[in-house]
Design a protein around this ligand. Structure first.
Ligand code: SAH
Ligand code: SF4
Ligand code: F3S
Length: 441
């Protein structure tokens, strides 16, 4: 049997795509292997969101091709594949085929064509109408947590971002399919689903089927209620786009215990000038109103965000506004990135005016502030009891288990094997910056 090694970079959507790529390959008679050294085929599912992510591909291709003894077939999939297309064959020696973000369902055909002798095989075409969005049970990233795409693509065109170019326009999956998918996952023993998409709350399906009887001003809040009704024990969703974040989402959470205590709402900057230049579609005032609605929920929702420092033209004053915003919002966690110019995006043509040193300084200052706030928030959990899905045994110590709370914090505790896959109550005894520790009660 032909062995395939698949390595994934990037966001949850890429992880989810890889699960389906592996499912297709397994059903077409390939064997997935975690060992690149014995693989007949090596696949990279790539990310292009920042320059560093893209560079990883080139260095990995170089490593694979260093070996003079073995020459596995090498395929590039995902966002870099879609963006670079043909040029990848020139840019990086030794790539056999390139498959775009919507062509992954045809991966077996690509491999077969290369084995038949076809050179520089490429497919950047659209997804097939009857594309199968389900994942084989054997190919999931977790036996207890499943990713469920609800919308793909992005129409927002934030000026720094490559995603609309690599993923195409927004397309919502039919609610009836999503609900059916989740009912099936529940039967298979999945305890937690993550509804995923670049902007889940921009969800706008072609038909109302399965949503008719649910309340809500937006289709997404109706979808949340429909998914809650499946009885799936824990439901999380990411990412939410601030402009489209309607208070009906918080209402849906308040009314359904199984919608979890977590909202990821990327703000990007605390300055209205920078937000305008980024074309985010929200102001800091409108963002803070949404934050207030989230913080006023009786459910004690945790709030996380993404921030970019050093966007072209970001002044010291703009940066101070971001600091003030962080102090106000007190995020449970935040992903902070240094601006990385991406060719093809509108911002690429504006001079990258903040020097690398200044970017680094601003990054470190925000990171420090965030850690300080985060440590206080995490400490406030000490002596509280929270519900945790037990997902993993620690590699270092087999009596240590770890999982996520409903508010999406990593929690470590002592346990035994029969805890795996169960939802347990953990009393928190200790808090580090990114992790809580406790014991099961
Ligand atoms: N759709 C999501 C996230 C997309 S990418 C959203 O709109 O929020 C994830 C994060 O990467 C973004 O939120 C942004 O903070 C960061 N990012 C995107 N492009 C970037 C760039 N060119 N440089 C640095 N960070 C970037
Ligand atoms: Fe990128 Fe903006 Fe779309 Fe998010 S909403 S994927 S940041 S263009
Ligand atoms: Fe990266 Fe593509 Fe996701 S660029 S962040 S893998 S959508």
């Amino acid at each position: 049997m032909m062995k395939v090694y698949l390595e994934t970079f990037g966001c949850q959507m890429n992880v989810s795509d890889s699960e389906r790529i592996a499912s297709v390959l397994a059903s077409d008679g390939f064997e997935m292997t975690p060992d690149e050294n014995i693989a007949d085929v090596v696949l990279f599912n790539t990310c292009s969101v920042r320059e560093k992510a893209e560079h990883k591909l080139y260095s990995r291709v170089g490593q694979i091709r260093k070996s003079k003894v073995r020459r596995p077939v090498l395929g590039v999939l995902g966002c870099v594949a879609q963006l670079e297309g043909e040029t990848l064959f020139k840019k990086s020696d030794g790539i056999d085929f390139v498959l775009g973000t919507q062509a992954s369902g045809r991966v077996s055909k690509a491999i077969e064509n290369v084995f038949k002798g076809q050179k520089n095989y490429i497919d950047l075409e659209k997804r097939e109408e009857d594309y199968d969005w389900t994942v084989a049970e054997t190919q999931r990233h977790s036996p207890y947590v499943a990713f469920v795409p609800v919308i793909e693509g992005c129409n927002k065109f934030c000026t720094y971002c490559i995603v609309p170019f690599s993923r195409g326009r927004e397309k919502s999956l039919p609610a009836a399919d999503i609900v059916r998918h989740i009912i099936k996952l529940r039967r298979q023993g999945i305890r937690e689903v993550h509804l995923i998409g670049q902007n889940v709350n921009s969800y706008r399906p072609m038909s109302d089927i399965k949503l008719e009887k649910f309340r809500g001003a937006t289709a997404f809040s109706k979808l949340l209620r429909a998914v809650a009704e499946t009885g799936m024990e824990r439901i999380k969703f990411a990412t939410s786009f601030p402009r489209d974040f309607h208070p009906d989402i918080v209402e849906a959470i308040n009314e359904n215990e199984n919608l979890c205590n977590w909202v990821h709402l990327p703000v990007q900057s605390g300055s209205n000038e920078v937000l305008r230049a980024m074309r985010r579609g929200h102001t800091i005032e409108s963002y803070l109103k949404k934050v207030d609605a989230i913080k006023n929920s009786p459910r004690k929702l945790s709030l996380t965000t993404d921030i970019i420092v050093g966007f072209p033209g970001e002044t010291k004053k703009d940066f101070q506004d971001t600091i003030k915003m962080i102090e106000y919002c007190r995020f449970d966690s935040s992903y902070i990135f240094k601006y990385s110019p991406r060719p093809g995006t509108p911002a690429f043509d504006i001079a990258d005016s903040v020097s690398p040193e200044e970017k680094k300084e601003r990054f470190m200052e925000l990171d420090e502030l965030q850690k300080l706030i985060q440590q206080e928030i995490f400490k406030s959990y000490i002596n509280r009891t929270i519900s945790v899905l037990v997902e993993k045994i620690s590699i270092k110590d087999s009596s240590q288990f770890s999982g996520h709370s409903t508010c999406h914090k990593v929690v470590n505790f002592k346990g035994s094997n029969d805890f795996l896959g169960k939802i347990v109550n953990v009393k928190i005894t200790e808090a580090k910056v990114n992790t809580l520790f406790g014991s099961v009660i």
